[in-house]
Write a new protein. Structure first.
Length: 295
């Protein structure tokens, strides 16, 4: 019996070995190296030079870092709630089962699969040029002023926020799965009691899917803080650093300005920001998330 158990353990380890090797090689080891480099002056091409806490002290006087943090928090606080509202609204629309519903769900999920691609980013950028599609649509209603949306610091970040809202597919599917778990008897009882559809939504649907809302809020917030592709491909952080998100700022320090040591310190600072943010969200969970489950 012991021999068979030993064989089972060996088989389990063998099958898990690719994941273990990948996790150590691409997650744990890079994190440890990043922690070391954060205390050094390092530009990738030359050996790191130990400078202690100098990189962390530099953050206290880094004006561009403050601008980057402001842009990142602005993007997160604006895009995440709007994306979740859009995802839930579409999930409610796609909740009913029809012959074409599977195709509709795939179509609505497609932007989430393509949204991070280079091609979509380039097309999105072209759409908001002065002579782009968005201004052409406004021209139909007599509102076109040939405005360069990406050339104004007040509107450039909203171009990226709109792209983030458009990528609501993954959150929508999670909401849809959660809605399907609510027993129909709840709605039947509410209808018998005279509750309207709006009242059912706010008094029944929303409370029962608050765990899903919390999960989506957590995942989308973390993803928002780490947004890179849209800022890099569409706006390059401009104009006037209005879209210079934190991930893009780290990238530039590493590959454009040769400050990989400082970028490593920035990465650990962002990890602390994410830890504090998720801690705050978990701290508020008990006030609004219903964990009673379905019965």
């Amino acid at each position: 019996m012991r021999k068979f158990l030993l064989k089972d353990n060996v088989a389990g380890v063998v099958f898990a070995l690719p994941f273990i090797i990948g996790f150590l090689s691409f997650t744990i080891v890079p994190m440890l190296l990043s922690a070391y480099y954060s205390f050094t002056r390092f530009n990738i091409l030359r050996p790191p030079e130990w400078i202690g806490l100098e990189n962390y002290r530099r953050m206290l006087t880094d004006e561009r870092l403050r601008e980057s943090l402001f842009a990142t928090f602005y993007f997160v606080f604006a895009s995440v709630p709007l994306r979740l509202i859009m995802a839930l609204a579409v999930a409610m629309l796609l909740f009913k089962s029809t012959k074409m519903m599977g195709i509709y769900r795939a179509m609505y999920y497609l932007p989430s699969m393509l949204g991070g691609s280079v091609a979509v980013a380039i097309l999105w950028r072209r759409m908001f040029f002065a002579t782009g599609t968005f201004n052409s649509i406004l021209d139909v209603f007599g509102l076109n002023r040939n405005f360069a949306w990406l050339g104004d610091s007040r509107t450039a970040i909203w171009v990226l926020i709109l792209l983030a809202i458009w990528q609501f597919g993954s959150a929508m599917l999670i909401f849809l799965a959660s809605l399907k778990q609510i027993p129909t008897t709840y709605y039947e009882a509410a209808s018998i009691d005279g509750a309207s559809k709006v009242r059912q939504f706010f008094k029944l649907t929303l409370p029962l899917i608050t765990p899903t809302i919390f999960f989506n809020l957590m995942m989308q917030t973390i993803a928002g803080f780490l947004t890179f592709n849209s800022a890099f491909l569409i706006s390059q952080g401009g104009p006037f650093n209005s879209t210079n998100f934190f991930a893009l700022y780290m990238y530039n320090h590493t590959f454009s300005w040769g400050n990989a040591g400082y970028a490593s310190a920035l990465a650990w600072f962002m990890l602390s920001v994410l830890a504090v943010t998720t801690g705050i969200l978990f701290g508020t969970r008990r006030f609004w998330v219903y964990d009673g489950g379905f019965s």
